[in-house]
Design a protein around this ligand. Sequence first.
Ligand code: FHN
Length: 445
Amino acid sequence: MNNRTHLLSLVLLLLLSGFLALANVVKAQSSDNGQKSSKSQRMKWWRNAEFGMFIHWGIYSVPAHAEWYMNNGHIPRKKYEKYASQFDPTHFDADYWARVAKNAGMKYLIITSKHHDGFCMFRTSATHYNVVDDTPWHKDPLKALSKACRKYGIKFGIYYSIMDWHSPDQLPHNDSNPEHPMYNPTRIKPGKKAAYIKYMKTELRELITQYDPAVIWFDGEWPDWWTYQDGKKMYKYLRNLKPDLIINNRVGKRKKGKEAVGDYGTPEQKIPPNGIPGYYWETCMTINDHWGYDKNDHDFKSDTTLIHNLIDIASKGGNYLLNVGPTAQGVIPRPEVTRLSQMGHWLNIYGKAIYTTKASPFKKKFSWGRVTEGSNKLYLEIFNWPKDGKLTLPAYKGQVDSAHLLDDPDRSGVTAQQDGNQLQINLPGKAPNKIASVVEIDFKS
Ligand code: FHN
């Protein structure tokens, strides 16, 4: 073979490998763009929903010292199991629970299917330790609630704890004194990890096929035996089972330099000061100081605080998952119901400023309240009505077209003008709403 053909085949080879490399990059980019666009498609309803109900309910509602009682009370498994035989929530009304969420303006709902205590609040073949087989009630609350949610157009979601204080494959953190166990964080029994993951997969498949959840909300991922790789594999397993499923970040573990597993971040009991730009995130919060029902906890936040939290979170581009802790009779505590209906009342009038809006376009924080962004619209949520009736904001793109109070059918009393670098708002003397009044400013694009 002479040099010329030798050289030609070499060039051809180089061209081919170059072409293949390029094809891979394009493919990766398109799948990455594909994944990105499919993710934003998948997350669209969730992002527009903004506000959801969290429900912590289980046999821990019987002793009524909230959901960590088995651990904090150092209750041996055999003794704790007995609460199942006392769980008979005759007042449970799935339709009413869904209506409480609906009337609060909540668009999705996440209920605990299995918390750290390992008791399953659904029909499962994986263990007898479940609400249908192991309680005098013998009913499946997730079946009834998923049905009621569909009836009221509320997206149904399921909470699932990875750590399991009842699992035969997990050991208490410290059981040197079996009469006084400390479960958290559990240890995995040597050689039993695969068995526990199989157990999880069986239950998660049942939860998906039986109740068709839109969201799986994992928790209890912190024991060291649950790894970043475990989270990635579980995420993939569920994505294959239900391609449009939304899975929170607690399926995995944060690992330096590694891409976070899961679809969105879950700050707990706090609102990130500047949101989490570039990420989907959701603040979960209690209305009092406990997730599960605690008969001694009467420290309920005010409706003003809860509505201001909802607005603050929306102005930072997040979702708000607000919790209720029903009793062992199946009753959502009255103070939680009244506060949720107050929130619904506010959203009935001002929901436009929350649902489907984006975070404030301004880095600047305003002492008088918050800002959310619509399409060619700004919504000013005013907590503290200015004494001089004047508000000043940085300039916004486009020209002011009109400005009005959201609950003012006459659309009078508010003026807005914008020069190069300032947007000036003039307001009527009195605030129409004592919790938060809303001004809508429309801009000519
Ligand atoms: O330990 C749980 C707690 O009981 C509750 O479920 C919260 C809800 O986000 N998550 C864990 C604490 O981070």
